[in-house]
Design a protein around this ligand. Sequence first.
Ligand code: SF4
Ligand code: SF4
Length: 234
Amino acid sequence: MNSIGRYFSNFFKALKSLLIGMKTTLKIFFRKKTTECYPENRKKDLYISPLYRGRLEMIHTADNHHHCVACGICQMNCPNGSIHVESEMVTDAEGKKTKVLKAYTYDLGRCMFCELCVRTCPHHAIQFTNQFENAVFTRSKLILTLNHPGSSLQPKAAAPKPAAAPATSAAAVPAAPTVSATAASAAPTVSASTPKAAEATPAAAPASASASPATAKAPESEATLPLNSESTNK
Ligand code: SF4
Ligand code: SF4
């Protein structure tokens, strides 16, 4: 390729690159702005991502209950020593001793926002808020007590009562002896008239056994026994 050909080739490559750049510029120019004009928009339309880790807090219910059992796992897992859990033993109304939280101290100035404390808490008692305006003039103001004054551990929910026993099973149990008793009482009459029917109802055997041991051994002999005895008496 001669020098004129190389000139026009480079010219069109540069023009293509320029158009691509202009296209990107125009696209961004007309897109919704993401720049935050802080602090002018502080009380208007300031957007902070909910995932932003601003500072640690302890979750409290409307009844001023928290979920912290003062186990100290968060304190053990904090790599910076930002957490100090102070607990005490109390005796409840049933005389049972329980460890309860006395003070949960969090040093915001030492926190590196790794969130290990939140992730290792077995009771989901703490969380990070996206509150980011934490600047103070003295370091001592960065040491915070996270449990609210007068707060206490959330009481456990009452255990659900066991389901009532099915009514059908209770009704079925007494029904069985009634049927067998009827069969037992009716058995001698039936066996006397039809020996084969006595074979079909073996439930009658125990009842009749108490009356005469001979009938318990062989149901068929029930039919023949009276006849034989009659013939013997004759
Ligand atoms: S915040 Fe969670 S891990 Fe820390 S002491 Fe309380 S219950 Fe245990
Ligand atoms: S976020 Fe990390 S450094 Fe901060 S208190 Fe929790 S465990 Fe400690």
